[in-house]
Design a protein around this ligand. Structure first.
Ligand SMILES: CCCCCCCCCCCC(=O)SCCNC(=O)CCNC(=O)[C@H](O)C(C)(C)COP(=O)(O)OP(=O)(O)OC[C@H]1O[C@@H](n2cnc3c(N)ncnc32)[C@H](O)[C@@H]1OP(=O)(O)O
Length: 224
């Protein structure tokens, strides 16, 4: 396994990334709207059937040219990674809420999102796996921002109360670094207060330890 080599083809220029974002970002937003509509529609049967045919036609159009099974991490000529397939933040992934993290030195990394019915577990509540998903990304991003990136080795989540669908805030901060291990903590907060707390150990895999500096430099807020 090579986290870097397997992910990229030739590095892309910022202009190429900008053009792709301008083309596919709005498509991703539209598909997200479609997903929500699919979940909540009470339209007449004929309209649902017609919508399905249109969706199938759109999928066929998009599939006329396509890549492999996933976008992976792509590198820019500017040395920045883009993870546009990321399930939490990815610019081209309609499954992503999406979360956009803000990082600064004076407080935790944080992001806010409006989680609707697409993320439901118990009635009216966010699925526990989705809560863990958001925390995993938040803690991983905080470790990356702090200059000690890693893959999730261990993620422990304590669910203190149900997380209502609606506005959600995720926070995370690096606690300490021990060798290749970063210990990170975080929370999920709604207007009801803290709903979940997490501790994670993020480990720089041995295969890429020689690239630690390059990886840390490749961090860019919003790129996953
Ligand atoms: C990088 C770009 C990211 C870029 C990604 C950034 C986005 C982050 C957000 C998304 C996060 C994910 O979803 S990541 C995807 C989910 N996670 C995974 O798929 C990881 C699968 N597991 C693995 O690949 C591996 O087991 C690793 C990398 C976790 C560890 O393997 P390794 O690299 O060979 O580690 P190894 O040398 O044996 O051990 C190093 C130290 O870590 C300890 N250690 C080993 N495994 C664990 C563990 N699971 N939990 C706790 N501690 C552990 C060892 O005791 C040792 O401690 P000591 O002796 O030094 O004290």
């Amino acid at each position: 396994m090579s986290l870097i080599g397997d992910f990229g083809v030739d590095p892309m220029t910022p202009e190429q990334f900008d053009a792709e974002a301008a083309l596919f970002g709005p498509l991703t937003d539209s598909v997200r709207t479609l997903m929500e509509a699919t979940l909540m529609s009470e339209a007449e049967a004929d309209d649902v059937a017609r919508a399905r045919a249109l969706v199938d036609e759109a999928a066929a159009l998009l599939n006329t040219r396509r890549g492999g099974i996933a976008l992976g991490t792509r590198w820019g000529t500017d040395g920045i990674r883009r993870s546009w397939g990321n399930a939490v933040m990815g610019l081209r992934n309609p499954v992503a809420p999406p979360l956009e993290f803000t990082h600064d030195d004076d407080g935790p990394s944080w992001a806010e999102a409006e989680l609707g019915g697409l993320y439901e577990g118990p009635p009216g509540l966010v699925h526990g796996g989705v809560v863990a998903l958001l925390l995993d990304q938040a803690l991983g991003s905080a470790a990356f921002y702090a200059g000690s990136p890693g893959m999730t080795g261990t993620l422990t989540v304590r669910y203190r109360q149900g997380t209502k669908l609606g506005p959600v805030r995720v926070e995370a901060a690096l606690d300490r670094v021990e060798g290749v291990k970063s210990f990170v903590v975080g929370t999920v907060i709604t207007p009801d207060g803290v709903c979940a707390e997490a501790e994670g150990i993020f480990i720089l895999p041995r295969e890429v330890r020689h690239l630690a500096g390059e990886l840390a430099q490749s961090f860019h807020p919003g790129e996953g």
